[in-house]
Design a protein around this ligand. Structure first.
Ligand code: PLP
Length: 398
């Protein structure tokens, strides 16, 4: 095993094995120990640099894209993208396989934008063929929205397959790449998107406080006058930022400073490829260690994302999630409850300032927690195994 390891949290705080906010480096936290004037030249240069560095990850050689940061959590940016880029006469096909896909449909409902939903339930990925049929059947559909990594289960959706179908049918695709951007390639030359969104506190490993839209400039141009909201108007934010270098309203200055430090660390690690490789290693070590303890993952190996992994809760009655959570927290690890409707589960994130050594230590702590609770077997109940079989067969034959 590689000896170099990521520095432990200096303040003794637990590792966050969650999909954001996540564990950040000390350097990222330290970058916030200064105050900036939002109108000042130094801060405007920081904003310009972060926009530029994000665009560098897209493979945009022809300068067709631009990046618009926006205050708020990730959902604010999803809502800003939808409200700004979808004109009032558009009709959108929403592809959902989890909580974040359903949230997109809910936003469109509140915005009063016409939409239809393909709901695949808890985890099954939307596939190109069904998108093609939906687009053929309804010529009024102008846009498709999809989640890149559905963080509620951890499944990586087949984004290229879907984007190609959308393009073939002459429609446009918007992508919620919140938990994937920066660790999983999203090259504009490969995947011809209209816009994507992500936020500061996911794979770039910054702290929470803003998100960003990366969109085609002609889509931003066309967004003029679409927005339902003053503060979430992407066109207006873009115009003001290009004209003055400033954010329209108070920017999260410290968060921006932390993000720039995080971006430089991301680049030094080998950008998207380097970051993705570390997360994939985290996942592999985690899954191997948990399987050795008797746990089962929801998904078969080829569908496991390097972002977050869902495990079934053991059938053993001595297993109580709340106790398990507390025992792990005492040992310095914060994990994440599951979101599946049919069976009990929990999730462990692979993103943030974590490496394979942390994953080994976590698995040791999990083993100790099982012992303390008196759990004899971590095996999943039969219903979970049946679900898993059904799901993975469907994934294969799809
Ligand atoms: C984190 C996340 C969001 C945004 O969630 P917030 O809590 O608003 O930051 C949206 N979509 C996906 C897929 C996510 O992982």
């Amino acid at each position: 095993m590689d000896d170099s390891r990521i520095e432990k949290p200096k303040l003794g705080e637990p590792y966050l094995l969650t999909p954001g906010p996540l564990s950040t480096s000390y350097a990222v936290k330290q970058a916030m120990l200064c105050d900036w004037g939002s109108w000042d030249g130094d801060f405007r240069a920081m904003t310009a640099e972060l926009r530029q560095m994000l665009l560098e990850m897209t493979g945009d050689k022809n300068d067709i894209l631009d990046c618009v940061p926006m205050q708020g959590s990730g959902t604010f940016v999803v809502e800003a993208m939808l409200g700004s880029l979808l004109a009032k006469d558009t009709k959108t096909l929403v592809l959902s396989n989890g909580a974040y896909g359903l949230r997109i449909a809910k936003i469109l409902k509140i915005l009063g934008r016409a939409h239809v939903l393909i709901d695949k339930g808890d985890y099954l990925p939307p596939r190109g063929t069904e998108v093609a049929s939906a687009l053929k059947a309804d010529p009024n559909i102008t846009h498709v929205v999809v989640v890149h990594c559905e963080t509620s289960s951890g499944i990586l959706n087949p984004i290229k397959e879907i984007a190609d179908v959308v393009k073939t049918h002459g429609r446009k695709i918007l992508i919620d790449s919140m938990s994937a951007f920066g660790a999983i390639p999203l090259d504009i030359n490969e995947i011809d998107y209209e816009a994507i969104v992500s936020s500061a506190n996911k794979c770039i490993e910054g702290v929470p406080g803003f998100g960003f839209i990366i969109a085609k400039k002609d889509a931003l141009e066309a967004a003029k006058g679409n927005a339902h909201s003053l503060s979430l108007d992407v066109y207006d934010q873009w115009q003001v930022m290009n004209n003055t270098g400033q954010w329209r309203f108070t920017p999260p200055t410290h968060v921006v400073a932390a993000f720039l430090t995080a971006l430089h660390a991301h680049k030094a690690e080998g950008s998207v490829a380097g970051r993705g490789a570390r997360y994939a290693k985290n996942r592999d070590v985690l899954v191997k260690g948990m399987r050795a303890l008797g746990f089962e993952t929801l998904l078969d190996a080829q569908w496991l994302s390097p972002i977050i992994v869902t495990f079934f809760a053991p059938e053993d009655r001595a297993f109580k999630f709340d106790t398990f959570y507390q025992l792990l927290k005492e040992k310095g690890f914060i994990i994440y409850p599951g979101k599946l409707t049919i069976v009990d589960s929990f999730r462990i994130g692979c993103i943030g300032q974590l490496d394979q050594h942390v994953m080994v230590e976590l698995c040791e702590a999990v083993g100790q927690a099982l012992e303390t609770m008196g759990v004899k077997s971590a095996a999943a109940p039969q219903v979970a195994i049946n679900e898993r079989k059904k799901l993975n067969t469907e994934l294969e034959t799809n």
